[in-house]
Design a protein around this ligand. Structure first.
Ligand code: 23J
Ligand code: MN
Length: 235
């Protein structure tokens, strides 16, 4: 994260996320002769980050729904990676449907309960913040889950959560969906998680790796920047 890390831009009537800011306290100098350290500030949903169920109004009464109360065993789970980089490259509004997921399952087997579903779009290769957010007059254009896919994953597959490479877990145009922001609304309403701004998904297999994402333990946090690590088999 740095001051240029792109963050979500909501319409002006809504509250704003802070950009990342770093301020040096000392660097082996008169302010601290033997030590280097910084203060930093940022929104909870900055850079690669975790979305807790309490983030959305639908998840506000879920049990153990915040960064400091989520059971630690839920910070590690198997991953299913669905590669739609070709489709997303051709269409920034690409939406992953239950049909796509069922074709993936025909090859890799059924998504097991408690798994992450991670959508690989190669969107994180867009280094330029403008291209990454892809904001137009009618809002942002970024791939995400189709509104029909979210209840399918939450209820019929009982996944632990949904991860994507864009600035948020939902598609850029998800404010127009029914319900609006289905991935936030339905996933968090089912006490499930989100991971956003994931990178390097091309380097893990479609199935067989595990994902760890221990979020910072901020009190009643709605989410947190985190390093999401994939554990892959050694052979
Ligand atoms: C707040 C409001 C809408 C959205 C978001 C946050 C995110 O994408 C997020 O980072 O959770 S869509
Ligand atoms: Mn978020």
């Amino acid at each position: 994260m740095d001051a240029g890390t792109p963050t979500i831009a909501l319409p002006p009537e809504f509250g704003k996320i802070w950009p990342f800011r770093l301020e040096e306290i000392s660097r082996y100098d008169s302010r601290g002769p033997a030590w280097y350290w910084n203060n930093f500030s940022c929104g909870e949903h900055t850079g690669t980050h975790f979305d807790a169920p309490i983030h959305w109004v639908t998840g506000k009464d879920c049990a153990r729904n915040a960064t400091d109360t989520i059971p630690v065993e839920n910070f590690f789970a198997p991953a299913c990676v669905i590669d739609v980089s070709r489709e997303a490259g051709a269409d920034p509004d690409f939406l992953l449907t239950p049909q796509h997921v069922e074709s993936w399952e025909a090859i890799h087997g059924r998504i097991e309960a408690g798994s992450w579903v991670l959508m690989r779009t190669d969107w994180s290769k867009r280094q330029d913040a403008g291209a990454f957010l892809n904001m137009k007059e009618d809002g942002s254009h970024v791939p995400g889950p189709h509104p029909d896919l979210v209840p399918f994953l939450a209820r019929e597959r009982d996944v632990i959560g949904w991860g994507a490479e864009g600035v948020g877990t939902d598609a850029g145009q998800a404010h127009r969906f029914d319900p609006p922001f289905p991935c936030h609304s339905i996933m968090h309403g089912s006490n499930k998680f989100g991971l956003a701004s994931l990178t390097n998904l091309e380097s893990i297999a479609a199935k067989g790796s595990g994902v760890s994402h221990a979020a910072a333990e901020d009190c009643r946090g709605s989410g947190s920047p985190c390093r999401v690590l994939a554990l892959v088999s050694g052979d």
